[in-house]
Design a protein. Sequence first.
Length: 330
Amino acid sequence: MTETLTDASSTAARGQATSALKRVPTSAWVFAAFIALFLLSGLIRPSLLTLDGLITTVTFASILAIASFGQTIAVIQGGIDLSVPNTIAFAALSFLTWNASLGPVLALIASLAASAVIGFINGFVIARIGLTPIVTTIAMNGLLFGVLLLNFSLSELTNVPEFLKSITAEKIPFLGSSIAAVVPLALVLMLVLHALLRWTGWGRALFLVGSSEATANLAGQPVARIRITGYMLSSVLAGFAGIAIVGFYNQAETMMGAPYLLSSVAAVVVGGASIFGGRGSVLGTLAGALVLGQVSTLVVVFNLGVAVQDMVYGAIILLVVALYGRSHSR
């Protein structure tokens, strides 16, 4: 009898522990993974276990996070946006070109408006015509690459306004060191998007559409409009990322968005978003970007090169998608 009571108590304790672990947000586990990788990097090379080493990784991750927030919106609604790379480049080069005649503020507005048009076309073709997100957005990415090659002058690529540098590359004192302004910029953008997704009817509807389009239709949600606006926001965020990248690196070129094809998807799925839709967060995406930033640091430490980094990112995507696919099938 005593043994039975003991076994029952042990089972109840394990159940409570399991329940408590399930309540821990996915983003918390991803942040924990980042800390573990940071400590591992410090063991391999002690010079990395410093505030400056941490700031370097966080800066890289902030830029990647900004580039991945739009991908997060697309994935939450059950899609994907493979036009992110050339939307980044298109918005960046448009901004630099139009800055000469319109000034930085109007050029910023115009380039983001152009990005919204790209997203509208993606969303309309997917929601109204019925093409799959992969086919639609990869076709748009190719179309934009042709536009980039045909329409932008190389003479405009280095004329970066001080206004943009001040909100991205400006150094801000921090704990005896300094951080680039792009870090708080990413945090502010994350908070705004988090509020939009969690505390507005549109944000909740986006999750519902991603979880079950049929349920969203039964609930009276305008599914097509939600999908179109979701892709518009995804493209606007990608465009904003391109402009932020220009300000931070002080340069732009037609292939500047290419590194963000794999990495933006990887940051989103590592951050806990389901590739099948209905789950994800911009906080998780930031955490995923931090993990990938530390992975990138380890690649540099071992002098493995960009090709190996892309292989690692691809392996991460395959692993996470396979795990989600297995649980989804159950």
